[in-house]
Design a binder for this molecule. Structure first.
Ligand code: SAM
Length: 239
């Protein structure tokens, strides 16, 4: 059986590139975005009753993995290079490229007669196609005594983060537009967004990532410490 799926909307995210996106939702609470919907799903009656839910399931397409060749095993970041079965992971490169994330629903807004959902704690790239939205229902979705296999615990916070004087001043300036910017950068970095192979390259001390329209430049001081050295406007990044 084949079944055609048409996206109902698009995610607009603070993450403009894959590097730096948290590996699961909720890890970086200050990661914000919004979802725009296509007709007829942009009408307010489709969302009637949703405001009472604090969180939603977003089902989406890993659209940036679409051209990757499918493999039955993948290397999850936690397993430091060891291969695991694709169905034991939540890796983007998977059959049908479907993903699902629980995110906080901050606000349901009607903008020019079209619904926009404001969401928080996301792990999604700008432009991610949305397939469906469902309410997160705690009595069925939260299972406190469930076993989490090799991913039972939250990922380790590997890096302590500091800001240079220059970066601090820049964050204060951009903070007028993005009040949680310092927290956002700190929380992304403390989980160390670098893939395992990059962590092993001793001479690769500088790296960076895009947030909103900003280029965040980092220097690794040692294996446990990273310093934000600069936060500058990047004219190539979409806001
Ligand atoms: N919570 C979702 C799930 O379990 O299906 C996604 C988990 S997946 C491990 C999260 C990673 O997917 C992010 O760190 C980012 O690298 C990647 N990602 C996010 N949006 C994507 C997109 N539209 N296309 C491809 N990869 C994406």
């Amino acid at each position: 059986m084949t079944h055609h799926i048409e996206p109902i909307g698009t995610v607009h995210s603070c993450f403009k590139e894959l590097f730096g996106i948290p590996r699961q939702p909720g890890l970086v609470a200050a990661a914000r975005g919004w979802i725009e919907f296509y007709p007829p799903y942009d009408r307010i009656e489709a969302f009637s009753g949703l405001a009472g839910f604090s969180h939603i399931w977003v089902t989406f397409l890993f659209h940036r993995s679409l051209d990757n060749e499918m493999s039955l095993t993948v290397r999850p970041p936690r397993k430091a290079g060891k291969r695991m079965g694709v169905f034991a992971t939540r890796a983007p490169n998977r059959p049908n490229q479907l993903g699902q994330s629980v995110v906080e629903l901050e606000q349901i807004e009607e903008r020019d007669g079209k619904v926009v959902l404001h969401i928080k704690g996301l792990d999604l790239l700008e432009g991610t196609p949305v397939i469906d939205i469902k309410p997160y229902v705690p009595y069925v979705d939260a299972i406190p005594d469930a076993h989490g296999g090799f991913a039972h615990e939250r990922p380790e916070q590997r890096l302590q983060v500091s800001f240079s004087d220059k970066a601090s001043q820049q964050v204060d300036i951009f903070g007028a537009k993005y009040p949680e910017l310092r927290q956002l950068i700190n929380d992304i970095l403390q989980y160390d967004p670098r893939p395992v192979y990059l962590r092993k390259l001793a001479n690769k001390k500088r790296f960076g990532f895009l947030l909103y329209e900003l280029d965040v430049r980092i220097e690794l001081i040692d294996a446990q410490h990273a310093s934000v050295i600069e936060v500058v406007r990047c004219d190539n990044a979409a806001e």
